[in-house]
Design a binder for this molecule. Structure first.
Ligand code: NAI
Length: 259
């Protein structure tokens, strides 16, 4: 019998742009991808946070460069993506990770503003990076888009409806783009993290975290950002070329646990 073909599991030399990479899961993904030999464009709101992660990566002997980037700024997306390609010669992967969480009941005076901001940052922003990156992804031999949604893209936590709506939207966007771009070999997938220890959850008291995780997740604990980064890496491997439109929980079993 003929041997099975061997598919490539290396992202060495590929170029990944990661949004919201100064903290949490974005930072962990930047570290993991650079450890795997990719050149990483570290992007986030503030120059100091970006530089800190670039320094961590370069001090580890790996390759990264930083850009300040507010993901709601479509013009800036186009500019920095050209700069990333000028710096590294190509762009293969876009990881739409930046996020905020604005809990607001529907009858709050802040609701309209929080709704608009949530949709801008968590959903519309993804379209800016994808549109700007597309000409370069079309030239890549391993073109990958990974969107970070949430278990809030499946269900809902109280008083979180703008976030919940945006994250449901990210799942829809992932499916739509997977269909649109599939014939070009560009894969588009989505990670739904559960409760992860990051900047977004650091204000939750430790005891509340333990109680929540024991009650709600099968594994009985919060996850670490690295554990989500590995899910993202799996979508980006050359060998993952037949996976697209996949909505993958990395949630410690939150979505499957009834009681
Ligand atoms: P984090 O707060 O540690 O990191 C988010 C990063 O996004 C920050 O560095 C922040 O500066 C950046 N950011 C916020 N607004 C931005 C903007 N307009 N432009 C550019 N960057 C911006 O939080 P975490 O948890 O690492 O968040 C990453 C993603 O994971 C988010 O999309 C979040 O919604 C999602 N998520 C987080 C969960 C958790 O339990 N931590 C659970 C499910 C999803």
């Amino acid at each position: 019998m003929a041997r099975l073909s061997k598919l490539d599991r290396s992202i060495e030399g590929k170029v990944a742009l990661i949004t919201g990479a100064a903290s949490g899961m974005g930072r962990a993904t930047a570290h993991l991808f650079s450890d795997e030999g990719a050149h990483v464009a570290v992007t986030d709101l503030g120059a100091d946070g970006v530089q800190r992660v670039v320094d961590e990566i370069t001090e580890a002997g790996n390759s990264a460069k930083g850009w300040t980037f507010d993901v709601t700024d479509a013009g800036r997306a186009a500019v920095i993506i050209e700069e990333v390609v000028a710096e590294f010669g190509r762009l293969d992967m876009v990881i739409n990770n930046a996020g905020i969480a604005l809990f607001t009941p529907i009858d709050s005076p802040d609701y309209p503003d929080n709704w608009a901001t949530s949709i801008d940052v968590l959903l519309t922003a993804h379209t800016h990076t994808v549109r700007a990156a597309l000409p370069h992804l079309r030239r890549s031999d391993c073109p990958r888009i990974v969107n970070i949604a949430s278990t809030e893209g499946w269900g809902a936590t109280k008083f979180n409806s703008p976030y919940v709506a945006a994250k449901h939207g990210v799942i829809g966007l992932t499916k739509g783009l997977a269909v649109d771009l599939g014939r070009e070999g560009i894969t588009v997938n989505c990670i739904c993290p559960g409760p992860i220890v990051t900047g977004l959850t650091e204000d939750i008291p430790e005891n509340d975290r333990v109680v929540f995780a024991k009650r709600r997740t099968a594994l009985g604990r919060f996850g670490q950002p690295e554990e989500v980064a590995h899910g993202t890496l799996n979508f980006c491997l050359p060998a993952s070329q037949y996976m697209t439109g996949v909505i993958m929980p990395v949630d410690g079993g939150l979505l499957v646990k009834n009681a």
